[in-house]
Design a protein around this ligand. Structure first.
Ligand code: MN
Length: 358
């Protein structure tokens, strides 16, 4: 008779293990460790390719927002064609004009334990450098699947991005006394927070209104950050044809429809001058002193066609005077090095200072 449920049932039925020294067979083979890779693929649109070793090939899904960390997040995973096992190590540039043209890097790799593999549902536990834990992929319709995490994240301290309004400066007549001040250019632009998660950018103004469609050229900031999640604070400005800050063009942009904003983004692009970092990869930086937030911001290396990390002087504003003059601006912002970020507050620890000290 064929063995049905219990693989060793026939073997066991035939034996008396009290009388025979033969093994009962308690040992279970450890679940098989299979390999996986997640490639960050800067193609026409940024996505992450998840590939799982299965029956001699790599079953593959393209995940537009990347592997979710939070069990609350369900993310789309588009099933794509099986790839060869050699693709586990593949990274490099796929030349323009070819399928998947763009840059592919290995975002993570490792092994997984397979719990369930059906045509419409896959459950695995990843042991990667970045992706760890139990995940389910399940089919919804067509090529569309969803992926979500089934166990709580390993890092219970991971915080969601804070919902905050910008910290505001106080107007001062002269630069503050004392040693503990740092200086930035007073851009006098449109104060804007940028939340970047899964390569996607959401911009909000100082009132909390979503202005993402007003500045379409800033979206690429998201793919430049890849899987890094961050909440940024800064000023959006327009540099006019004469090289000076063009406040009129910026005001026109703010009033533009989404379609008009897209046209203006080509004719008179904005630059997002990022001067603060409020949250990074599940960790709030609000209570860190300004100097430490600034350091972490600089380490992100934000520099692109429509976003910059503008200069800063740790003790003495004079080094910024050329920048202020060149752009036709009024002065600098003094920030106390020890100051924490106070959302929505007007604080004397940030002071706008006109350039009378020259
Ligand atoms: Mn891809």
């Amino acid at each position: 008779m064929a063995e049905t449920r219990e693989p060793l049932a026939t073997y066991r039925t035939k034996r008396d293990f009290g009388a025979s020294p033969e093994p009962l067979g308690r040992e279970r083979r450890a679940p098989e460790s299979l390999r996986f890779v997640v490639q960050e693929h800067h193609a026409r649109s940024l996505h992450w390719d998840l590939r799982l070793e299965h029956e001699g090939v790599l079953a593959s899904w393209a995940i537009p927002k990347g592997i979710p960390v939070d069990p609350e997040q369900r993310r789309l995973a588009v099933h794509t064609e099986d790839h060869p096992l050699e693709y586990l190590d593949f990274h490099g540039d796929i030349p323009a004009g070819n399928y998947g043209a763009g840059t592919m890097t290995i975002w993570d790799s490792g092994t997984f334990e397979l719990e369930k593999w059906r045509d419409d549902e896959v459950i695995v536990t990843f042991s990667g450098g970045r992706v760890r834990g139990k995940y389910v992929l399940f089919h919804t319709r067509g090529d569309n699947w969803m992926i979500h995490r089934m166990d709580p994240p390993e890092d219970p301290d991971r915080e969601p991005p804070p919902h905050v309004r910008p910290m505001l400066a106080t107007a001062a007549r002269a630069r503050p006394r004392g040693e503990s001040w740092a200086y930035e250019v007073w851009w006098n632009g449109e104060r804007t927070l940028a939340l970047v998660e899964g390569g996607r950018v959401t911009l909000t103004d100082s009132e909390g209104t979503d202005v993402t469609e007003t500045y379409p050229e800033v979206r690429e900031l998201g793919s430049s950050l890849g899987a890094t999640a961050a909440l940024l604070d800064g000023d959006i400005v327009v540099v006019g044809g004469n090289g000076r800050i063009d406040r009129d063009e910026l005001d026109a942009r703010r009033r533009a429809t989404a379609a008009a904003a897209r046209r203006r983004s080509r004719d008179a692009p904005v630059v997002y001058m990022v001067f603060d970092l409020l949250w990074l990869d599940g960790r709030s930086l609000l209570d860190l002193p300004y100097t430490e937030r600034r350091q972490e911001l600089v380490e992100l290396g934000l520099s692109g066609p429509a976003w910059q990390t503008p200069p800063h002087e740790p003790q003495e504003p004079r080094g910024l005077s050329d920048v202020v003059a060149r752009y036709g601006l009024r002065g600098v912002v003094a920030k106390r090095g020890t100051s924490t970020y106070r959302p929505g507050r007007q604080s004397a620890e940030w002071r706008t200072v006109p350039m009378r000290w020259r």
